[in-house]
Design a protein around this ligand. Sequence first.
Ligand code: SF4
Ligand code: SF4
Length: 441
Amino acid sequence: MQPHENFRQVRMVIAKVTSSCNLRCKYCCTDAVPLTQPGATMTMATHKHAASLLIGNTESEEVQWIFHGGEPMLLPIAWYEEAIEHCITVAEANPRLKRLMIGMQSNLTRLTPEYLALIKKYRIQVGSSLDGPPHLSDAYRQGGKRVEENIELLAREGAPAGVIALVNKNTIRHLDEVVDYFDKNGFGVTFNATCPTGRGTSLEDLTGEELCAAKSAVLARADKSGNLRLLSPDLTKQIFYFHTGERDQTERTCHNYNCGAGVSLIGMDPNGDLWPCGRSSDAGMGRFGNVNDPDTLADYPATLRKFHEKDLWYARCFGCQARLICMFGCTAFDKESIPTREMDCRATKRLYQYFCGHRDLIARLFERLQIDIQKMKQEVAIKKPPPPFLRLHTGCASCAPSVAAGGIPATIELSAKAGTATGAAPVVFRPRFTVAHAEVT
Ligand code: SF4
Ligand code: SF4
């Protein structure tokens, strides 16, 4: 197989442009290095090779190119101008590609007017992290007040950021306050559990019961307040699976038994090494080779197979009722951590019980999501006829409707549900998420 053939299905690239960061969050999955350290930031030549290889060879109709780190706002504006322009040039030359979306996962403590202008110019979809009100978020993170202010600023400027909130041993004790905070502020939020990786290995793990309690509290609040921005892509999908009883097991997203790592999603570190995804590079699992020398990518298929191999632990999933809504953990972070798998598994089984005991609540949320998605689809149709192509179309809220939590937008598609008892075929809007990547910054 030629190296470029490995990238046919790529729809998202996590480009870690620096391994340096201005913060030292307690649970970060990586250890930042000084900005001055050789190799701490990606060279423009490496970035251009990567864009040409990945954007140039995909046969997907859309690609999300996410600048990640470390903290990506440590790099100069001029670097991004040149990097993004090159991405656009390559995308325009790829006849199959219809849309390029630029994203950036940032801690948002270094947002300047110049960065704001860059975000608006290229309609960069920003994702950030805040675990709740600043005084709670700062227990494990830093700069909460500034992050909050900048999230609000971006919203005022028409470039709303998605927020990842990590559920940890501190915030779980203040769950009502955390959920209340996100509900009242209206941030699009994804709640993730802290993982025992990187600096987080020294912290006490969440239990499955705690993770389930957090998710059920979010569901109950979204039902009560009608605020669907509290529902992250994984919860939205779980509502959909449970309510319809249907699930497409062939999808390759973070939420499936076989995730999209190395297939629809690729990670790249600052020196140009390619990995199955951003998390796998943090975990040091599955290095494919380097974009600067495509010959190093010769073992790509074998490396990918090995990365996705499942061990006997998963035999328990066959016959498990909760399988209908299970997200199956994270291939990179769970592979070598049985306690993490157990925690996820236990949380899922309890959540399934919660769904079974609250069918009316799930049905109400399902209906609301349907109405919401339909409304957004109509708005898109009115505001944005199919665009010609890229140069001024690198992604925006109205073109990437739906839950933009975690900075990772989702697309939607319309499909008719198969025949019913009455012969009618009600239209069901299925949330079709592109790779829903959920990383810790
Ligand atoms: S809940 Fe556990 S046993 Fe059931 S499908 Fe998920 S991981 Fe497998
Ligand atoms: S983050 Fe985890 S589940 Fe998602 S693509 Fe990477 S390895 Fe797979």
